[in-house]
Ligand binder design. Structure first.
Ligand SMILES: Cc1ncc(C[n+]2csc(CCOP(=O)(O)OP(=O)(O)O)c2C)c(N)n1
Ligand SMILES: [Mg+2]
Length: 474
């Protein structure tokens, strides 16, 4: 039998570890590697037209599956393009396994085209960044990287793969990557201490991250008006120590919280009723009908609607883990690629990605990948013809600084962007909604099949074309 080379070895490793999707954007030094993919049909290569899209789609996929997910990037310029998206993957603890090409060890001191300190570039935005320096430790390095990515707190890793290492013969044994189980309990004394703090606090508050949802521990958390094993132990400890008076107080707190939630709901409802009585289409018109049309357990939302988000959240309430995704690091443009990644992970669900007009333009070429790979995610552009959040923020800033409002560059009304034409140019059917009575027909069309579809919502824009101009020192 012919000796396996590094490319084949690494792909066999990925296949063995069940890493079946690779989101990427290629360059010359990865051509040979990607060519070898042909022999591994179990690994699907999702071609994206920008590195940001590759990372953000992988991020959506990894968040949905909670499994290590492959990203393939080109050398210096490729990883440079990916930094903003990796920043958000790191903030969100997405277990991305980023592999990056490099011309080869033999060119290392030659300052060749695209040469750079790739590992140093990746270090700030990854949990672990390294380069394989010897073909005898290719698979060991790759397994180590996968393990680090997938060990909580999870996070992206980067492995630079010089081309000559991938071309060299590789005789390393193929072994499954071991990922440690971190289902552990704190020691009993710590649990008792936390229970005591909770029970004696005047206004107890639990600040939790989405690790709770990852561990399916939402119900346990709610019981404490409170990741799974620790919470269960804490509940038992609290219940054992709780006096009748403390129980009563806890019940009162829960009641007060429910009342506050109801009060907020009513305030929101009043605002939304007002917005819906205006002539201009608003997000509530669309969101209300969307949740009516799709079964509650079928709808999955990737919400990067920014200033339109509160109206969407008013109607869309996720009932289970994996139904609701938002940006986690603030890198704009995650809504559409994220929805593609989620749809790949949950193909049976109706996945809808929402993005602002501004946010969508960072990664709009994601639509191309959706069509090319038959990923039937739905896309909604909340077009208010502005960077409205920035307009609102500067308004607030002017007030705090006692400044008069003046010209800004946050208006996007000129030239007008035609999102339907953009979508259609990449083979995505699209429809613009300008009035609320157009919503039912557009939803009917969007939901009629499992193909990508884009809706442009022409929303009320807090904009003024006379403000167009770059005079704010940027
Ligand atoms: C990659 C990146 N660049 C710039 C920003 C700064 N930024 C924050 S909000 C915003 C405007 C977003 O506009 P849009 O998506 O249209 O939403 P809207 O505020 O209009 O609801 C910008 C540019 C960012 N968060 N990320
Ligand atoms: Mg906008």
């Amino acid at each position: 039998m012919a000796v396996r080379n590094g490319k084949q070895a690494i792909l066999a490793q990925f296949a063995l570890d069940g890493l079946h999707h690779m989101f990427g954007n290629p360059g010359t030094v990865e051509q040979g590697f990607l060519d070898a993919l042909d022999d591994y049909p179990e690994i699907k290569y999702i071609l994206t037209l920008h590195e940001t899209v590759a990372v953000m789609a992988a991020d959506g996929y990894a968040r949905s599956t909670q499994k290590p997910t492959l990203v393939q990037l080109h050398s210096s310029p490729g990883i440079g393009n990916a930094v903003g998206a990796l920043y958000q993957a790191k903030r969100g603890h997405a277990p991305l396994v980023v592999i990056g090409g490099d011309a080869g060890l033999k060119y290392m001191n030659m300052d060749a085209q695209m040469a750079g300190d790739l590992v140093a570039m990746m270090e700030p935005v990854t949990k672990y960044a390294t380069m394989v320096l010897d073909s005898k430790s290719l698979l060991r390095t790759v397994r180590r990287a996968i393990k680090i990515a997938a060990t909580p707190p999870m996070g992206p890793v980067y492995v630079c793969l010089p081309a000559d290492i991938l071309d060299a013969p590789n005789a390393e044994p193929l072994l499954p990557t071991s990922i440690p189980s971190t289902r552990v309990l704190p020691d009993p004394q710590t649990i008792t201490n936390i229970a005591t703090h909770l029970l004696t606090a005047q206004k107890p508050m639990i600040y939790c991250g989405d690790g709770v949802a990852y561990s399916q521990a939402g119900e346990a958390l709610a019981q404490l008006a409170d990741p799974l094993l620790s919470l269960q132990a804490l509940i038992a400890s609290v219940q054992q120590k709780q006096s009748a008076e403390q129980k009563q107080k806890a019940a009162e707190r829960v009641q007060a919280m429910c009342q506050e939630a109801l009060r907020r709901q009513e305030v929101e409802q009043t605002q939304i009723t007002e917005q819906k009585s205006a002539t201009q289409l608003c997000m509530a018109d669309f969101a209300e009908q969307l949740v009516q049309q799709v079964d509650a357990d079928q709808l999955v939302v990737f919400d990067e609607a920014l200033t339109s988000s509160p109206q969407l959240a008013h109607y869309f309430k996720a009932s289970q883990t994996g139904q609701s995704f938002i940006t986690r690091g603030g890198s704009l443009g995650v809504g559409f690629p994220g929805a593609i990644g989620v749809k790949l992970a949950q193909p049976e669900k109706c996945v809808v990605g929402f993005s602002g007009d501004g946010g969508s333009m960072y990664t709009i070429q994601a639509l191309y990948s959706a069509v090319r790979h038959g990923v039937g995610a739905k896309f909604v552009v909340c077009n208010n013809r502005s960077y409205r959040l920035l307009q609102l923020n500067i308004d607030n800033y002017w007030q705090t600084q006692a400044m008069d409002p003046h010209q800004t560059c946050f208006d996007l009304s000129y030239p007008a962007i035609d999102f339907c034409q953009i979508a259609q140019s990449m083979g995505v059917e699209a429809m613009r909604i300008e009035h609320r009575d157009q919503v039912p027909a557009a939803l009917d069309q969007m939901l009629s099949d499992d193909k990508p579809f884009l809706i442009e919502l022409r929303l009320d824009g807090d904009y003024d074309p006379s403000q167009v101009g770059v005079k704010c020192g940027q």
